[in-house]
Design a protein around this ligand. Structure first.
Ligand code: PAF
Length: 328
């Protein structure tokens, strides 16, 4: 495995390695992701690489581009479509621009807890949506995870919907999230992730929202004062490869990539479980002021976004939304 940081962007696509005295041609796999190696994306990418390498006797040479080294998530997915990037792990941020149905999982307060979300994504509904990526130049191997999203900001502590009124909050480039924050009366700005930290530093935005896995690994405490454990929406992730790349693989190689993706998701969820356990204490130690919405306060937020549901029912099949809510 090689790690390329943004300043060292010069990957070739094939290499030769010497194994037991014979020369073996290696196929390069550029894998891009938004977060650092010591994040849930980093551990998943490393596991994916490790399993594929073991299963194929080193036939593939993964070149890692962490920390948005290949650009924002939308750019990386477009790279997969045209075959300039082979693999990625991304949030659901821009996925609905490629497969609109993906956005159904971004509806606020849809999932009760991590088990509910994992059960739906690993079941027939999740599989149905993964299969749609083959129609748009991509091949989706598995649903990963970031955790539930929480709000951070520099303006004020948040415990009621009133507290987010007029808050300049960055959202992902995702119509479902944008609708929710507009409905709450905030002033949301959709923005690609690589611009977020500097926009927070310059005060262009007051806040952002992301799961603990991101808040801790990116050290958002360095640029944000308040953390509100709102858990307003579950944040899935996805392991994707380029369709042109996928179509060129043998069945055995495809099986290796599938096995690697399955194990990567286990590693990723393990990382999320750990950070859900100790992330709040870490952020408090680093000086963040942390507040958790009580059940009643959360219910008030749920009530305040109800108005957005009518447009969600226009965007997505109401039966599908109800099937997800009813899933055990
Ligand atoms: O907020 C986002 O855009 C995503 O959650 C992030 C941090 C890029 C991880 O995919």
């Amino acid at each position: 495995m090689s790690i390329y940081f943004p300043s060292r962007l010069l990957a070739g696509s094939a290499a030769l390695i010497l194994v037991a005295g014979s020369v073996l041609a290696q196929t390069g796999v550029k894998i891009g992701y938004a977060l650092a190696p010591n994040s849930h994306y980093g551990v998943a990418a490393e596991k994916w690489d490790e399993v594929v390498t073991a299963e194929t006797d080193g036939k593939f040479d993964f070149k890692h581009f962490p920390s948005s080294g290949l650009g924002g998530e939308r750019e990386v997915i477009e790279g997969l479509q045209i075959g300039t990037v082979e693999a990625t792990i991304v949030s659901s941020g821009t996925l609905a621009n490629f497969v609109p149905e993906t956005g159904v999982f971004d509806i606020p307060f849809l999932f009760r807890d991590l088990d509910h979300a994992r059960g739906v994504l690993d079941g027939p509904i999740g599989a149905e949506i993964l299969a749609k990526f083959d129609n748009v130049g991509l091949h989706a191997l598995a649903w990963g995870e970031q955790g539930f999203r929480h709000i951070t900001n520099n303006r004020n502590p948040i415990s009621t919907p009133e507290d987010v009124k007029g808050l300049k909050i960055r959202t992902m480039e995702n119509p479902v999230h944008l609708k929710a924050f507009n409905t709450l009366g905030a002033a949301p700005t959709p923005m690609a992730w690589p611009e977020v930290i500097s926009s927070l530093q310059q005060g262009v935005i007051d806040g952002q929202e992301n799961p603990l896995s991101v808040i801790v690994s990116v050290k958002l405490d360095e640029v944000q004062k308040y953390l509100t454990l709102s858990g307003h929406v579950y944040s899935p992730a996805m392991l994707l490869v380029s369709k042109p790349f996928w179509d060129g693989l043998s069945d055995a190689d495809k099986a290796a990539f599938e096995k690697g993706a399955t194990e990567a998701v286990v590693a990723m969820r393990g990382f999320v479980d750990d950070v859900e356990t100790d992330g709040v204490a870490t952020l408090k130690e680093r000086g963040m002021e942390v507040g958790e919405l009580s059940t009643e306060e959360k219910a008030a937020f749920q009530q305040a976004v109800q108005g957005a549901y009518e447009s969600y029912y226009d965007m997505y099949d109401k039966d599908l939304i109800e099937r997800i809510i009813a899933a055990e």
